[in-house]
Write a protein that binds this ligand. Structure first.
Ligand SMILES: Nc1ncnc2c1ncn2[C@@H]1O[C@H](COP(=O)(O)OP(=O)(O)O)[C@@H](O)[C@H]1O
Length: 197
C-alpha cells in the first residue's frame, strides 16, 4: 500500500481550492480525511482514496453552460442535459478532473462519476464505495442517523452503501424530487445481492 503523497496532495489541494468556495473546499478536505480512514479499514490504497476525496467536487461550481459544453465535447448521453448540477458535477465533473487536473486513474474517474448516484453492486469498486460513503459521512455531516450510518459503515462498507442508497431514495422521494434512474437500478441490484447473501 502506497502512503499518502503529501506534496502531490498539497499541490492538488491548491488547484481545487482555486475553483471552489471556502465552504465547498473544506467539505472536500473532510471527504479526503474520511476516505483515508475508510481506505485503511478496507485495505485500499490511501493515496488513491485521498485524491478521489479531494477532487470529487472539483466541478461543483461550474456553470450549466460549462457542463452542457462538456457533454457535447465528450459525446456523452444527451439525456444528461435533462438533469442538472446535482448529477452533472459527478458524472460530467470527472471529465473536468481529467482534462484540467491531469488525473487519468480510471478507478478515480469512475468513483467520481458514481459519487452521487451510486451504481450496481458488481460495478462499484472498493474505491467507488469508499468515496460514496466518505462524501456521505464526512465529519461535517450531521443529518439524523449519521452516527448509525458511520457505525454500520465501520462494520461493513457494503452495508453502508446500501443504507445510503435506501435513505437517499426515500429522502428524495419524500421531497418529491426527481431521482436519477441509475440510483433505482443500483438500489434494486444491491437489494437483490444482499437478499441472496
Ligand atoms: N440519485 C439521485 N438523483 C437525483 N438527485 C440526487 C441523487 N442523489 C443525490 N441527489 C442530490 O444531489 C445533490 C448532491 O449530492 P452529493 O453529490 O451527494 O453531494 P456533494 O455535492 O456534497 O458531493 C444533493 O442535493 C442530493 O439530494
Amino acid at each position: 500500500m502506497v502512503a499518502v503523497d503529501e506534496k502531490y496532495i498539497e499541490e492538488l489541494a491548491h488547484k481545487v481550492s482555486e475553483k471552489l468556495s471556502d465552504h465547498r473546499f473544506e467539505h472536500c478536505l473532510r471527504v479526503k480525511d474520511y476516505a483515508i480512514k475508510l481506505a485503511k479499514q478496507n485495505n485500499l490504497d490511501e493515496n488513491q482514496a485521498a485524491i478521489a476525496g479531494l477532487v470529487h467536487d472539483y466541478a461543483k461550481e461550474r456553470s450549466a453552460s460549462d457542463f452542457i459544453q462538456k457533454i457535447d465535447e465528450k459525446g456523452l448521453d444527451p439525456d444528461l442535459k435533462n438533469w442538472g448540477n446535482p448529477i452533472w458535477h459527478g458524472v460530467v465533473g470527472a471529465y473536468f478532473v481529467q482534462d484540467e487536473l491531469g488525473i487519468n486513474d480510471p478507478e478515480i474517474l469512475e468513483a467520481i462519476k458514481e459519487h452521487t448516484t451510486g451504481d450496481k453492486y458488481g460495478k462499484m469498486s472498493v474505491l467507488s464505495k469508499v468515496l460514496f460513503m466518505a462524501d456521505y459521512l464526512e465529519m461535517g455531516r450531521n443529518f439524523p442517523g449519521v452516527e448509525r450510518a458511520r457505525t454500520l459503515t465501520d462494520e461493513s462498507l457494503d452495508a453502508g452503501v446500501f443504507y445510503q442508497l435506501s435513505s437517499t431514495l426515500s429522502y428524495l422521494a419524500g421531497q418529491g424530487n426527481p431521482i436519477y434512474p441509475k440510483t433505482f437500478t443500483a438500489y434494486n441490484d444491491w437489494a437483490q445481492y444482499l437478499a441472496k447473501k
